[in-house]
Ligand binder design. Structure first.
Ligand code: SD4
Length: 320
């Protein structure tokens, strides 16, 4: 006799297979393996990609390439969303979030890190030198000092001027693509097919002190599964955190979607659940074959792609 429990089981098995076949119908034909390196990063971070590529060209490791590529943005005072020169929180202090994940599924992360420029390098040390995944605040800072990182004031003169201007009204109101969402998420697949990634940001300008965004959280700002691919996010971190968006993108690719289809499905789920009128989220992804793609909620999101032939900046498709 069929009881309610077995009936529900049949229903969910049917739903599962319908979902899978929808994914399979959706999936592009198997992409041929691209034989070179493929590096992609959020926004027009072409220089960071090229730094990473130059390390791969010299047979450097994939993780070194990604770390050094991101370091170049962290050290650039003109990038006001990452590292040195990042916009401060509402108390005037610059705090950084970053994470890194390798092909073995190892991960390291720092949140609310003060007075250290290369947050992604500290995250890598957390991954490689500690039994932990995340270090935060003062603990992350102390750990960085113990590891020999230099203490630096991250607030530049320009950031201080912008902060003083902001203080006159003190309204917290991130604007789409205007707040210079320049968080760098970089994911890459080398010629051997190995995949890794990392992400670094100063988070949203004028945030409440102690606020942590998506960027240092594995499965939100970044996720890597060497069997399948990787994804990274930029935009309003709160919504990415509530949606586990990069983990979702990788799982959708596992079930047969292309990187672009998976990113589209992940932002569509955000759209189905939240009022997205004032939100921007951009997702980029790469798969084992070296195919890449992106999708965002609002227009205006771009990503940089570097392969053995060239570096290009690609306009992401968007829901609106
Ligand atoms: C955050 N997702 O802290 C980051 C912000 C961002 O480009 O992506 N800026 O919410």
């Amino acid at each position: 006799m069929i009881n309610r429990r077995s009936f529900n089981k049949v229903l969910s098995a049917l739903a599962g297979s319908a979902f899978l076949s929808a994914c399979q119908n959706n999936s592009s034909k198997k992409t041929p393996f691209y034989k070179g390196d493929v590096i992609i990063s959020t926004w027009a971070n072409t220089n960071a990609n090229e730094v990473a590529k130059s390390i791969l060209n010299k047979n450097g490791s994939l993780l070194d390439a990604i770390e050094k590529g991101i370091n170049s943005v962290e050290e650039d005072p003109k990038d006001t969303s990452v590292g040195f020169g990042g916009r401060p929180d509402n108390s005037g202090e610059v705090t950084l979030d970053a994470c890194i994940m390798d092909e073995k599924g190892n991960a390291g992360s720092v949140t609310c890190l003060k007075e250290v420029v290369n947050a992604v390098s500290v995250a890598r040390k957390v991954m490689e030198e500690t039994p932990h995944v995340i270090l935060t605040g003062q603990g992350a800072h102390n750990f960085a000092m113990d590891q020999g990182f230099k203490k630096t004031n991250l607030l530049t003169e320009d950031s201080k001027i912008a902060y003083d201007k902001w203080l006159q009204k003190s309204i917290y109101n991130p604007e789409i693509n205007i707040e210079r969402h320049d968080t760098i998420g970089m994911i890459a697949r080398n010629a051997k097919g190995t995949i890794s990634g990392a992400c670094s940001t100063s988070g949203l300008a004028y945030k409440i002190p102690g606020r942590v965004g998506d960027s240092p959280i594995i499965g939100s700002g970044l996720f890597v599964d060497n069997e399948v691919g990787a994804a990274t996010a930029t935009g309003l971190g709160e919504i990415v955190l509530k949606s586990c968006s990069t983990f979702l993108v990788v799982e959708l690719m596992r079930n047969g979607m292309s990187p672009a289809q998976a990113c589209k499905e992940a932002v569509t789920r955000i759209n189905n659940k939240y009022d997205i009128k004032d939100l921007q989220v951009g997702l980029i992804a790469i798969n084992k074959a070296g195919e890449h793609g992106a999708y965002s909620i609002q227009p205006g999101f771009v990503y940089a792609v570097t392969n053995n032939e060239k570096t290009t900046v690609i306009d992401s498709k968007s829901l609106t």
